[in-house]
Design a protein. Structure first.
Length: 304
C-alpha cells in the first residue's frame, strides 16, 4: 500500500516538556486516519511539524514518499489543512474569502471551482453573506472549504468538531465521509473524542505524552462488545427502577436529569429498547458512548 505520511522516530521538546517522544506514524492512501489523544498529548505539535510551522528536534517526516523539508513547497501544494481554527475575513462574503485565498495561493481558481466547493460544504445558499453573520459551525465548514479549494490529495483536520453542537458535528462527519468515499481523499483527523473518530476512521493511533499508546484498524481496536449507553426518557427514575429490577440490572450505572446510563453489549441495544417500550417507557434517545479516557485506561491497565 502507498504511504502518504511516514513519520519515523519524531521528537520535539519545548524547554522541560517533551511534546513528541519517538513517534512513528504511517498513513496510507485512502485512509481516514484518526489521530487521537487527550488534550496536551502532542497532537497539535505533530500537526504543526507536518505543516512545517515548527521543526522537529530529531526524526524524519516523509509525505507523498518525499522528505518534507527538502520538498516543502511541492508537498504543501498537495495538502489542505485546518490547523487550530480557520483564518477568515469576517467582513467579506464566503465567496470573496475563497476568491482572496485563490489569489494569495497564486493558483488559478475560477468561479466554477469556488461554487463547487461552497456547494460541497453546504454553504452555496449563503455564499454572498458576510462571514460575520455565520454561526460557528458555518465558519468551520468555510474553513474546510478553504482547505479544499485547490483540490488537495491529503486533508489534515485538527479538531474540526470542537465547539460544535450535535448537528454541526454530524455535518462535519458526513462531509469527511463524502470526501473519503466519493472524492477519494486521504484524511488525517486529529481529535480527543473517540466516539467521533470511530464513526469515520478506518485506522487510528492514540498518543499520550507524545508517545504511541496503541495503533491499528479501528474495527479491531474497538472490538470489545461492552459499551456505555445513554437512554433519554421523561421518566428516568421509573426507567432506572425497571432496569435495576430486571436482567439488565448488572449493567446499570447511573441516573441523572433525564438520562439513564448503563453498560451493555452493543448488539443488545434493540432488545433493551423493546423491553422499555413494552413497559410503557418513552425512549427519546438511545445513544452508545465510548470515552477515550475509559478506553485509554483500559488498554494501559492491560499493559499496552
Amino acid at each position: 500500500m502507498e504511504k502518504i505520511i511516514e513519520i519515523n522516530n519524531l521528537y520535539k521538546r519545548f524547554k522541560d516538556i517533551m511534546a513528541v517522544d519517538d513517534l512513528n506514524v504511517n498513513v496510507y492512501r485512502g485512509d481516514v486516519f484518526g489521530f487521537l489523544g487527550p488534550n496536551g498529548a502532542g497532537k497539535s505539535t505533530t500537526i504543526r511539524m507536518l505543516m512545517t510551522l515548527i521543526f522537529p528536534a530529531k526524526g524524519s517526516i516523509k509525505i507523498f514518499d518525499k522528505p518534507l523539508h527538502e520538498n516543502r513547497n511541492y508537498i504543501l501544494s498537495r495538502i489542505g489543512a485546518i490547523v487550530e481554527k480557520p483564518d477568515l475575513y469576517n467582513y467579506m462574503s464566503a465567496y470573496k474569502n475563497l476568491e482572496m485565498l485563490g489569489r494569495l495561493s497564486g493558483r488559478p481558481i475560477g468561479k466554477k471551482r469556488i461554487e463547487e466547493v461552497l456547494e460541497l460544504v453546504g454553504l452555496k445558499e449563503r455564499a454572498k453573506s458576510k462571514v460575520k453573520t455565520y454561526s460557528f459551525g458555518m465558519k468551520q465548514r468555510l474553513g474546510i472549504a478553504q482547505a479544499l479549494i485547490h483540490d488537495p490529495e491529503l486533508i489534515i483536520l485538527d479538531e474540526p468538531t470542537t465547539g460544535l453542537d450535535p448537528q454541526g458535528m454530524k455535518e462535519i462527519r458526513e462531509l469527511i465521509l463524502y470526501l473519503s468515499h466519493t472524492e477519494k481523499k486521504t484524511i488525517f483527523l486529529s481529535s480527543h473524542i473517540l466516539s467521533e473518530v470511530e464513526l469515520v476512521a478506518n485506522r487510528m493511533i492514540i498518543i499520550d505524552k507524545g508517545k504511541t499508546v496503541v495503533e491499528g484498524e479501528v474495527s479491531e481496536l474497538l472490538k470489545t462488545p461492552w459499551i456505555k449507553v445513554e437512554i433519554e426518557t421523561d421518566e428516568p427514575v421509573r426507567c432506572a427502577g425497571l432496569i435495576k429490577n430486571s436482567g439488565w440490572g448488572t449493567g446499570f450505572e447511573s441516573v441523572k436529569d433525564n438520562i439513564v446510563t448503563l453498560n451493555m453489549e452493543k448488539e443488545l441495544i434493540p432488545e433493551i429498547n423493546k423491553f422499555l417500550i413494552e413497559n410503557s417507557i418513552k425512549v427519546y434517545g438511545l445513544t452508545p458512548k465510548r470515552s477515550l479516557e475509559e478506553y485509554f485506561l483500559n488498554i494501559t491497565e492491560k499493559g499496552h
